[in-house]
Design a protein around this ligand. Structure first.
Ligand code: ZN
Length: 319
């Protein structure tokens, strides 16, 4: 692309900043107990503030509230998007413009929700959304591209803000992976993407480095939890210790990641949710068999293994 063409391209994409993706519109249905129940069941969230009318009546709120994280649920279009596609708007137009210029890759990189106000059954959630900002061109490990961020604002029937959501997406020009190296049976360079180790989960990865998979345990009610987090979801205690997993388990769900190719894997990885014998779930690779041999409910046995020069991971073999 010549400097002039790049300038024209960028002038066009930056012209989308500030454009409304959708004008303020109400959800199809008001906030209702049925959708709250489906959502909390799927999430395994048993907080009585969301579903127990009697409990909620005697709470400080005096009534049921919807889980704040459901904020984005109410205005989802649902099945029509699958059957007839998303209606055209400035965002779909901008994405198509990126695609036409070779920026065909798409990667959701960040979601941030801020909650301001609660809603209860009977309230109506309104959504409006705008393309808030687009970054300068960046060279990323996936290829050159631009990050764009949409800002969605959720309001109630009185126009009061319930919360906001910022959604950041990278549109990039995919780079060819070194397929020859990946197919040779040796590990491709670079090595696998390093785990992100923070204050709340660094201890878990440090144990993996030493060959052990630990499961966090609440010191007060003994409930096990994974992935690691500071607070017990059952009793809200911050006190915890851990137990070591036997790594016996079974496949709860699985898929094979074929495209785009993941760096550092000798072949397309089989990614599975493993239900450990202790009762918690863990996402890990199934190895030592073909994709076609994996099935839901299959018994597996884990081993903590060094998978490249920098990375140690639990991997699961057919038992
Ligand atoms: Zn607890």
């Amino acid at each position: 692309m010549t400097p002039e063409a790049l300038q024209a391209f960028e002038d066009r994409i930056y012209s989308y900043v500030g454009k409304q993706v959708c004008v303020r519109a109400p959800a199809n249905d008001p906030v209702n107990a049925t959708m709250i129940r489906h959502w909390t069941e799927a999430m395994g969230d048993t907080n009585p503030a969301y579903t127990d009318a009697e409990w909620a009546a005697s709470s400080a709120r005096g009534k049921i509230i919807a889980p704040p994280a459901m904020m984005f649920v109410w205005n989802q279009v649902g099945f029509p998007v699958v059957s007839s596609g998303r209606p055209a708007d400035p965002q779909t137009e901008m994405v198509e413009f990126f695609n036409q210029h070779g920026y065909t890759g798409v990667l959701g990189t960040n979601v941030r929700q801020d909650y301001v106000r609660e809603v209860s059954p009977g309230d109506t959630v309104y959504l409006e959304s705008v393309i808030d900002n687009i970054s300068p061109r960046k060279n990323t490990s996936r290829g050159p591209g631009y990050f764009f961020e949409t800002l969605s604002t959720f309001t109630n029937q009185d126009g009061e803000v319930i919360g906001t959501q910022r959604f950041k997406v990278l549109k990039f020009m995919p780079q060819e992976q070194p397929a020859a190296a990946a197919d040779s049976g040796k590990l491709a360079v670079p090595t696998r993407i390093a785990s992100v180790r923070g204050h709340d989960n660094g201890w878990w990865w440090d144990a993996v480095d030493q060959g052990r998979v630990l499961i966090q345990r609440c010191k007060d009610c003994q409930t096990l939890r994974h992935p690691p987090r500071p607070m017990c979801g059952k009793c809200q205690s911050m006190a915890w210790d851990s137990i070591e997993s036997t790594l016996d388990g079974e496949v709860l769900s699985y898929t094979c990641v074929r495209h785009p190719r993941v760096p550092g894997y000798p072949s397309d990885p089989i990614c599975a949710v493993i239900r450990l014998a202790e009762g918690t779930n863990l996402v890990a690779n199934v190895v030592g068999c073909d994709y076609g041999d994996v099935s839901i409910g299959m018994k597996v046995r884990g081993k903590v293994e060094q998978v490249d020069e920098k990375t140690t991971l639990p991997q699961f073999y057919p038992a």
